[in-house]
Ligand binder design. Structure first.
Ligand code: FDA
Length: 498
């Protein structure tokens, strides 16, 4: 059968894929990037590319008839989610029993929907989670490179102390200090100068117009404004949106054949075709990549894939919570967090908690946090032949260490501030939400399922290049680590395998 052939194929267009595609293109290697989500470059009827968080429409969610926001209720009332038309929207909530995983869908992957927090992990923790990676090289070369390429910046300190849009963060920081906790400014890929001009009324608003999680119309340097245009600019890289990879196999001659469905924005399958390649890079995210490999192993298509494929998955210890406050936090709250509570050095309750906004357009007298904790629990992926699906096994009890750590730290803050946790935000009366994660990590861990540079064990010219390489935890928001590791790995792969 006639099929297309391209030297290098990259599946997915998130952080790992974008960095990999750029370096392949620069090296003169013709590369195709296949992304199941759409290209977000065209305005809808309202003149905007992305919809607002306060009035979400079909653009918000990947093929559902109702939005599935992380904060699902206020005063136990179902006032946040909305009925919508099924569509190739930008945010997906992939449900696996007790755990659901939020991921971005579109050219740019998670960079389209995330809060932009760009944090380099503490070196000693990085050395602990990936001891076989040369930390000297990472901190001397690849972390600085990732920060530069992603356009990481910090807010002007004076403006941060005086602007209206971070009043919520300053109030929350004050309470942490009262409890004797350390706080830190969190770098971001959102352009803080642009945000300053938003507050001054000089430019169209995005972060200050409650935009986050369903995309930002301005200000954010997502991958479609950083790595990906540079990759395309090499003249060697093409990006194909609405192309969903179903399976792949290896031919006798060692090349790979990928089966890909082309869909439209309503989910209709327009056609299925095969694309051959010599070098195959899996960058479909922790869930996407692990699913493709587990299916390939357990259906016998790639039988030499080892037992480590599908293991070592974690939530980065994510747990969300809110506190009720007595003092005002501001009506306009920047959608991009800029301050965090850093209690990571605490040997008993290590927590790094971003102070998250409640961008409701009115002051709800509360403050929200996404806490990252050191949760040693790990999930694993299993192939289910009865419906040809791959399932993540994660039990609700595995979230308990995260809740325990967050409870200890926020109990301390509440004692100092005379405040309480909110228990009306997650659909029932729980104060801690640990049934979802924004930070899926692992499944094809570096040095276990792959060699020390992401080459999948057992198969030549097959690589993992995304968050599935990281063993379940980074201690901070993960995309800088994912990008830096991808930069490190592709440099070695280009030098040795091409
Ligand atoms: P990523 O998930 O980015 O990209 C994978 C891509 O592959 C997706 O575009 C997907 O559609 C595509 N794909 C999957 N399967 C496919 C298939 N079979 N065929 C074709 N394409 C396929 N992190 C951080 O550091 N700071 C932050 O502030 C935040 N905030 C945040 C908020 C929210 C709401 C979310 C959901 C996530 C965050 N994150 C974050 C997490 C961060 O976005 C995440 O860690 C990275 O995007 C992961 O990068 P990867 O390269 O692993 O894959």
């Amino acid at each position: 059968r006639q099929r297309d052939f391209v030297p290098a194929l990259v599946i997915g267009s998130g952080y790992g894929s974008a960095a990999t595609a750029l370096r392949l293109g620069e090296a003169g290697i013709r590369t195709q990037v296949l992304e199941m989500g759409r290209l977000w470059d065209t305005a809808g009827a309202d003149g905007k590319i992305f919809c607002s968080m306060l009035q979400p429409d079909h653009r918000s969610t990947w093929f559902q008839d109702r939005t599935e926001a992380p904060l699902s209720s206020v005063l136990w009332a179902d006032v946040i989610n909305r009925d919508i038309e099924p569509y190739a929207g930008v945010l997906d909530r992939v449900r696996h029993g007790d755990m659901s995983v939020y991921v971005g869908r579109g050219v740019g992957g998670g960079s389209l929907v995330n809060g932009g927090m760009a944090v380099t992990p503490q070196r000693d923790y990085f050395e602990e989670i990936l001891p076989s990676v040369d930390a000297g090289r990472m901190y001397g070369k690849y972390f600085p490179l990732a920060n530069r390429m992603l356009g990481v910046n910090t807010p002007d300190p004076e403006w941060l102390e005086t602007c209206d849009s971070y009043q919520y963060a300053r109030v929350s920081r004050g309470h942490a200090h009262d409890a004797g906790l350390h706080t830190t400014v969190v770098p971001n890929v959102y352009d803080f100068d642009y945000m300053r001009r938003e507050e001054a009324g000089e430019v169209p608003q995005s972060a200050l117009a409650s935009e986050v999680i369903y995309g930002n119309n301005h200000g954010k340097r997502s991958l479609d404004r950083s790595y990906l245009p540079e990759a395309i600019g090499t003249g060697n890289v093409t990006v194909h949106a609405l192309h969903r990879v179903r399976t792949f196999r290896q031919e006798q001659d060692g090349t790979y054949v990928v089966t890909v469905e082309q869909i439209d924005e309503l989910g209709n399958v327009l056609g299925t075709r095969e694309i051959g390649c010599r070098w195959l890079f899996l960058g479909a995210g922790s869930l996407g990549t692990t699913e493709l490999l587990v299916r390939a192993r357990d259906t016998g298509v790639l039988p030499r894939l080892g037992a480590a494929v599908g293991e070592g998955w974690g939530t980065n210890g994510n747990v969300m919570l809110g506190r009720a406050l007595a003092e005002p936090t501001g009506q306009i709250q920047s959608g991009m967090p800029a301050l965090g509570i850093n209690n990571w050095r605490d040997p008993k309750y290590p927590v790094f908690a971003e102070i998250a906004p409640v961008p409701a357009g009115l002051d709800l007298l509360m403050t929200l946090y996404l806490a990252i904790t050191r949760n040693p629990e790990r999930g694993r992926f299993r192939y289910l032949p009865e419906n040809d699906s791959v399932r993540l096994d994660w039990d609700i009890d595995q979230g308990a260490p995260s809740v325990e750590a967050a409870d200890a730290v926020f109990r301390r803050i509440n004692r100092a501030a005379g405040t309480e946790l909110r228990n009306d935000l997650f659909g029932d009366d729980r104060a801690f939400e640990n049934r979802f994660t924004y930070h899926p990590l692992g499944g094809c861990v570096l040095g276990e399922a792959t060699d020390l540079h992401g080459r999948v064990r057992g198969y030549r010219n097959l690589y993992v290049t995304d968050g599935s390489l990281i063993p379940g935890s980074t201690g901070v928001n993960p995309f800088v680590t994912i990008t830096a590791l991808a930069e490190r790995n592709i440099e070695r792969v280009l030098a040795e395998d091409f």
